[in-house]
Design a protein around this ligand. Sequence first.
Ligand code: SG7
Ligand code: ZN
Length: 276
Amino acid sequence: PDGSWCYDSQNPRCGPSHWKDVAHTCGGSAQSPIDIDRHQAKPDRTLGPFVFEGYDSAPPGPWRLLNDGHTVLLSLEGPRGPERGQPCIRGGGLPHVYRALQLHFHWGDPTANGSEHTLDGQRQPMEMHVVHMNTRYKSLGEARGHPGGLAVLAFFFKVQTEDNDNYHTIVTGLKNISHQGQSVELASTFRLDKLLPGRARLSRYYRYSGSLTTPACDEVVLWTVFEEPVPIGRAQLAQFVSALQASPPGARPVSMTNNFRPVQPLGARRVLASRG
Ligand code: SG7
Ligand code: ZN
C-alpha cells in the first residue's frame, strides 16, 4: 500500500537512509531500533514484573494474518475493534494500561540474521514486536501523537532443530499470503502467551524510549526488549525468509527479506534494565 519507503533488499533507492526524506521524524534523536549494550544498561528497581491480562485465554477474534509488503502482521482485534477479553499489559514500569493491537516480525535472509535490536552488538535470528496502545487514547492515530502512546514488546528468537508447535498456525498461514496485500483469516484465535518465552523468563528485560522502526518513525514508543529468546524451528524460520514476497500478485517478484532497520544512535538516552 505504501510504496514511498522500503528496505534496501527491496530497492536501495527507498531504503532506510532515505526515510528521513519521506518522514522528517525518521531523522530525529530518539529513534529505534538501538543496540542494547547490556553492561551499559542501568539497573532500575521500578521495572517490576509485567501483568499480562487476557494473554492466557483465546480472545473472540477472528484474527487476520496480513502481508503488508513490509512484514507479516497478525491483527489482534476482531473486525469490530476492541472487545472484552482483548489482551492487555500493565506493570513492567509502564505508566498506564496498554491494549494489544497487532504483532509482526522482522527477519533476515538465508545467510544472515535479521533482528532490529541487537544485543551486545549481535544481531539475533528474528524479532517479534507486539504493538500495544495506551488505553487513554481512542485510536492508533491519536496514540501516535503522544509520547508513551504506544508500548511495543520485543522478543528475540533462537533457532532450534525441532519446530515450535505454538507457531504452527502462523507459519502455515504464510503460504496463503505470499504476496503484498494478501491476507487470511485464522481458523481460530489462540492464547498469546503461547508465542512468548515461559512466564518465569519474562522478568528480565530492557527499557528505553524510542520510535516506531518504520516511517513515520513517531517518537512515542516505550520499548521493552526481553532478554529470553523464543525458540523457533530452523524450517519455520526458513518459511518467513522464503515464503513471502514484498511485491503484489503479478508484479516482478521481490522477496521479503532483511526487513529490519539498522540500529540508530542512542544519543542522550539511557537504557534501563529490570533486576528480575
Ligand atoms: C510494521 O511496523 C507494521 C506497522 C507498524 C510498523 O511496518 O507492523 O503496523 C501498521 C498497522 O502499520 O506500525 C503503527 C505501527 O504499528 C512499526 O512498528 S514497530 O515499530 O513495532 N516495528
Ligand atoms: Zn516491528
